[in-house]
Ligand binder design. Structure first.
Ligand code: DCP
Ligand code: MG
Length: 242
């Protein structure tokens, strides 16, 4: 039996403002996420979701409070270990003109074809790739091989997975996927046993998750699973019904 023991995240009284600005973007945020959990971060545009993500791989440092991964303050971790542990799929997929294979192994040039294929299977993009004219050697962006938004998103998820992160941060990276594909993706990530945080504006994604964190104006307004939030959070109920 697979016991997941890596990939725990703890925020304790975290506040954050971007350097050189006066506005508090995150205020007094505390939560814990267990290894292997799938947690949806739900909140309106500008709520602070991407900002919260950026604090995990230390793209920015907290202004106050502590972010810990597996019990270690991220500020005391070696950057190289931290970046190996955390895979961050940004809001906009950043693909370049090159083969599908090169796009997936970008930043991990020693990835083997077995690793690249496994990452693509988990990211639910392998079948699509096999149907391209030159499969993994097909050039992205080449005439006639323009990928759809959802395909680009899955390629960029495969790029993160090939590095075998313990924590996967998906910043709205499933917005273009249909519900069935998204559910398959989340199931595969569960099996692969990484902690998954998924920013979303879609209630269907939140329902799939083990737990939901609801952000509003930089504050953690509520947390719980879908059923409990329906009972305890007026805002969640309004989002659900809208
Ligand atoms: N902000 C800032 N400087 C940046 C990025 C953002 O001052 N470089 C501000 C803009 C918002 C607040 O921080 O007022 C929160 O921004 P986020 O990008 O964290 O918000 P979301 O990710 O929740 O919004 P969206 O759903 O639009 O991506
Ligand atoms: Mg964002």
């Amino acid at each position: 039996d697979l016991t997941v023991n890596e990939g725990k995240i703890e925020f304790t009284n975290v506040s954050f403002q971007y350097p050189g600005t006066a506005e508090m973007v995150l205020e007094d945020i505390s939560f814990k996420i267990n290894p292997g959990e799938t947690v949806a971060i739900l909140g309106a545009t500008g709520a602070g979701k991407t900002s919260l993500f950026q604090l995990i791989p230390r793209l920015y440092d907290v202004t106050g409070g502590i972010v810990k991964i597996d019990g270690h303050d991220v500020r005391k971790m070696k950057m190289e270990n931290l970046r190996r542990k955390v895979g961050f799929v940004p809001q906009e997929a950043l693909l370049f003109t090159g083969s599908v294979k090169e796009n997936i192994s970008w930043g991990k040039e020693d990835a083997t074809m077995v690793e690249i294929t496994a990452a693509s299977v988990n990211a639910q993009i392998h079948e699509t790739i096999m149907n391209l004219p030159q499969q993994y050697d097909t050039r992205v962006g080449q005439k006639g091989v323009n990928l759809s938004g959802g395909q680009k998103q899955r390629l960029s998820i495969a790029r993160a997975l090939v590095r075998m992160p313990k924590i996967l941060l998906l910043d709205d990276s499933t917005s273009a996927l249909d519900m069935k594909t998204e559910a398959k993706l989340l199931g595969a990530l569960k099996e692969y046993t990484c902690t998954t945080l998924i920013i979303t504006q879609k209630i269907s994604t939140a329902i799939e998750a083990d737990r939901i964190l609801l952000l509003e104006d930089g504050k953690l307004l509520a947390e719980g699973d879908h059923d409990s939030l329906l009972k305890t959070s007026g805002l969640y109920k309004r989002i659900f019904q809208s």
